[in-house]
Design a protein around this ligand. Sequence first.
Ligand SMILES: [Cu+2]
Length: 86
Amino acid sequence: MKLLGGAYSYSLIIKLVGDTVMWINHDSDMHTITSGLGPNNLNLGKQFDSGFLAQGQVFKHTFKAAGDFSYFCVPHPTMLRRVIVR
Ligand SMILES: [Cu+2]
């Protein structure tokens, strides 16, 4: 998945257990791929957290269990998206 112009390219990703999702930051701003619903969510980053990605940096996460995984960008929490794993 790409990050373009400060927004994630896809609002929803659907994958199978064992699949890997790859995010690439194509934006000049720093972004993160952080699991959870936002900065005040207790589950922040528990499932996965890319840390800050500069332009051109890649983050990959393999989903080993089925579920509904929300993620957001720490400096831009309105960038809130989901991965559904079946
Ligand atoms: Cu961001």
